[in-house]
Design a protein around this ligand. Structure first.
Ligand code: HAM
Length: 420
């Protein structure tokens, strides 16, 4: 036998048993976002590499280490999108969506990062991203957060997640803070781990985010961004916090929350859970007022977030996504097939879901398949039933008598199959 070709490491197939949970999650999210007036935008999976370098930042882990970048046949450098904000902003600028307009947008799809795969961290993963463009007020940051909080309720996972909140201040604040932080960290240069030594040059704020316990003491003693905030940055963040208090949305202030992408300013947040081990962030985002101008548009404020669908799926209650099939139709003998097919079509037209057994196998074998199909009823059509112009209705999931129903009495059949 030839050697089997397997999927790329860190990229998953989702098999039919898993897909109902995906469909459920996607449909709840779509409906939820529509209720807040957010509209879908779709953009290509591949973009010019320069887009991510200029937005996410050339020195970030995502761009420096994790992108799937290749030259196409024209020699252009292209990249499989590692995140969606840059793509959404690029498309919005290109099509004039942001010109003196407010946009509330969402997108859903596959994203690609060459990270070390583990539970909850994949090389192809799926996000729903949400972006609100054209509004500078703290109220929009709060709307974003409130919208996620109510989504967790709708998905019945509120009890498992905590909101972490921080402000990065304006870009001027961040620059001053960065300079002071570097001066402080340089005093400990020899004690920093390899990652932090590299970040000291490339992205010093990310050192605050280090998971290495050996770095803890140095980080704890570092200057705090909150002490650098100007009046405007303070006022913005105070409004976010007080509105969240009034809405009774609890949060934990986390001064080390800096995010791994360069475009953020002011409010940043993450929803985290302890139930998923190391990959516990299910949703993350913040304000990015500089990005649209940085990508060639007119200066426009914006804020947004993205959630990782694989991680949220892990938290969903187990009863979600169970098969929901009304009937499994057993056809015993070739001569029952045409009548059976017609009946199945009529039932489907009335909203009854029916799987037809086309195997021609024995009653015993077809009944076994009906039992594992997840259907609530078996419909049995044999030669005897056909002669009597009847069909047998057999409950599969509850203890109830089977009954015969006239083949012409579609109303009675539908009523029986739909009442569970
Ligand atoms: P991010 O923090 O890079 O932000 O990703 C958002 C979420 O995507 C993470 O919290 C996580 O749930 C999920 N995620 C990221 N990488 C992986 C992975 N390798 N495997 C599985 N899940 C993953 C962004 O992407 C920003 N664009 C969010 C944003 C939108 N900010 C403003 N607007």
């Amino acid at each position: 036998m030839l050697e089997k070709i397997q999927a790329v490491r860190g990229m998953n197939d989702f098999l039919p048993d898993e897909c109902p949970r995906w469909q459920y999650l996607e449909s709840v999210i779509k409906k939820h976002l529509a209720n807040y007036g957010y509209r879908e935008i779709r953009s290509p999976i591949v973009e010019k590499s320069a887009l991510f370098k200029r937005s996410v930042g050339a020195e970030t882990d995502i761009v420096a280490k994790e992108m799937y970048t290749f030259d196409d046949r024209n020699g252009d450098s292209l990249t499989l999108r590692p995140e969606g904000t840059a793509c959404c902003v690029r498309a919005g600028i290109e099509h004039g969506l942001f010109y003196n307009q407010i946009q509330r947008l969402w997108y859903m799809g596959a994203y690609f990062r060459h990270e070390r795969p583990q539970k909850g961290r994949y090389r192809q993963f799926h996000q729903v991203g949400v972006e609100a463009v054209g509004m500078a007020s703290a109220a929009v940051d709060v709307e974003m957060i409130a919208m996620t909080a109510s989504l967790w309720k709708a998905l019945r996972i509120s009890q498992d997640v905590t909101l972490e909140l921080n402000t990065l201040g304006s870009f001027a604040v961040r620059k001053k803070y960065r300079d002071d932080l570097v001066v402080y960290l340089k005093r400990f240069e020899d004690e920093l781990d390899d990652d932090s030594q590299r970040r000291l040059v490339t992205n010093p704020l990310r050192i605050l985010d280090s998971k290495n316990p050996a770095m803890r003491e140095i980080i704890d003693g570092a200057p705090k961004l909150v002490d650098f905030l100007d009046e405007e940055s303070k006022a913005h963040f105070d409004t976010v916090c007080s509105m969240l208090d009034e809405l009774k949305i609890s949060y934990v202030l986390n001064p080390t929350l800096v995010r791994g992408l360069d475009y953020y300013c002011h409010t940043v947040f993450e929803w985290v859970t302890e139930k998923l081990g190391a990959q516990g962030t299910i949703c993350a985002g913040g304000r990015y007022d500089g990005l649209i101008e940085q990508l060639g548009g007119k200066a426009t404020p914006a804020t947004g977030f993205a959630m990782g669908l694989e991680r949220i799926l892990e938290l969903l209650p187990s009863d979600i996504g169970k098969i929901n099939l009304d009937a499994y139709l057993l056809l015993l003998g070739d001569i029952t097939q045409t009548v059976g097919f017609k009946l199945a079509e009529q039932l489907r037209a009335k909203g009854v879901s029916v799987v037809t057994d086309c195997s021609g196998a024995s009653m015993k074998s077809q009944l076994k398949k009906a039992n594992v199909s997840g259907a609530r009823y078996a419909l049995i059509l044999g030669e005897q039933e056909l002669q009597n112009h009847q069909i047998m209705l057999k409950p599969l999931r509850e203890k109830a008598e089977q009954q015969e129903i006239c083949l012409d009495d579609l109303g009675a059949l539908v009523a029986n199959l739909k009442t569970a």
